[in-house]
Design a protein around this ligand. Sequence first.
Ligand SMILES: *[C@@H]1O[C@H](CO)[C@@H](O)[C@H](O)[C@H]1NC(C)=O
Ligand SMILES: *[C@@H]1O[C@H](CO)[C@@H](O)[C@H](O)[C@H]1NC(C)=O
Ligand SMILES: *[C@@H]1O[C@H](CO)[C@@H](O)[C@H](O)[C@H]1NC(C)=O
Ligand SMILES: *[C@@H]1O[C@H](CO)[C@@H](O)[C@H](O)[C@H]1NC(C)=O
Ligand SMILES: *[C@@H]1O[C@H](CO)[C@@H](O)[C@H](O)[C@H]1NC(C)=O
Length: 363
Amino acid sequence: MVSLKLLALRVSACLTAATPLPVPETFSFTVRQDRPFNASLPNVTIFATGGTIAGSVASSDQTSGYRAGALGVDILIGAVPQLLNVSNVKAVQIANVWSPSITPEILLNLTQQVQRELDDPYCAGIVITHGTDTLEESSFFLDLAIRSEKPVVFVGAMRPATAVSADGPINLLEAVTLAADPMARGRGTMIVLSDRISSAYFTTKTNANSLDTFRAGEQGFLGFFINIKPKFYNTPSLPLGKPYFDVMNTTSLPEVDILYGHQALNPALAEAAVNSGAKGLVLAGMGAGAWTEPGSEVIQKLVETHGTAVVSSRRPADGYVAPHSFIYGGGFLNPQKARIMLQLALNAGYEEAQLRTVLEYYG
Ligand SMILES: *[C@@H]1O[C@H](CO)[C@@H](O)[C@H](O)[C@H]1NC(C)=O
Ligand SMILES: *[C@@H]1O[C@H](CO)[C@@H](O)[C@H](O)[C@H]1NC(C)=O
Ligand SMILES: *[C@@H]1O[C@H](CO)[C@@H](O)[C@H](O)[C@H]1NC(C)=O
Ligand SMILES: *[C@@H]1O[C@H](CO)[C@@H](O)[C@H](O)[C@H]1NC(C)=O
Ligand SMILES: *[C@@H]1O[C@H](CO)[C@@H](O)[C@H](O)[C@H]1NC(C)=O
């Protein structure tokens, strides 16, 4: 509780300030805007969704069993007064949940607000605070559904804000610094944790507990932070064949379920998913996408009778999955990213040839 009280003190110290930052009309759910304003600094908007970075627990030695999404975005910003030397920060509290509770509605709302904000010339870049468990899904979604050269940076934490050596404050400062940096433009949606900059397209959570959990095995990192300043390894680039999906008028997404491959799997689960409303299935296949023979027979019937779109991905951490007959190949996408891609492609009305192109990576 001591560190929470300290946080609160620091918040009130840095929020008692000068000129308010002008707020565009589109924001109906903004929080306090009375932070100091310096017209020669870039303007960064933070959209907060909750997660461990906003997590709180009574004891500072607890790094599990805490309540994710307990603290509001003003508390997070208040804990890092250095932010105000880097940018003019505006905050929007979109949700305050742990990331398993992020819904398609929240994602669509977030995407639409982020796009409008980026379209405003005053905005230099966006930071989104998010739980780490599904951060790779939300960031991939925005990578496919945002059209802008400006940086969009997802950030989270592995330790709650109340922990000894909480990682949230430095991660947030690095994320805002990145979003304000012109060198970060043209690189798509990025993820910042533990001093690493990575592309939302390929990056996945690799460890359930450690700080250094976000990695893109084969594709690697985009850059690193030295003294809180981003250092990129390469000039700006985007993944080959990365599509764009417009969701500005979308209010819901088609259901796509993931089935996990294993010895003696139950073929009836695929039927159950389709009967309960799934328009698409992603198979986390064994090896390079293998499925059992009884399982494949059931899936072939679903494709023929229901027109279900089925994408094969993989159970191993890395690799490429090719198409086989009636099943699309997921290319380099892991199952949770293949699911997002299929949802967006089905929502856009894509049919066979277009689905193959976006999924199978004709880069
Ligand atoms: C505003 O930001 C500029 C650029 O970082 C800095 O040089 C200047 O001192 C700041 N002004 C105030 C009043 O903080
Ligand atoms: C930040 O926004 C204000 C208006 O809200 C604008 O005057 C200022 O130029 C912006 N800063 C930058 C660096 O674009
Ligand atoms: C912000 O910058 C000013 C001027 O360089 C410095 O005096 C101040 O300590 C900085 N504030 C923080 C919180 O880093
Ligand atoms: C997003 O949700 C907020 C809060 O519920 C609401 O006020 C706003 O209109 C929504 N925006 C969009 C684009 O759906
Ligand atoms: C979304 O809806 C608006 C208002 O109905 C319309 O002007 C716009 O063209 C639509 N955008 C797309 C991409 O369909």
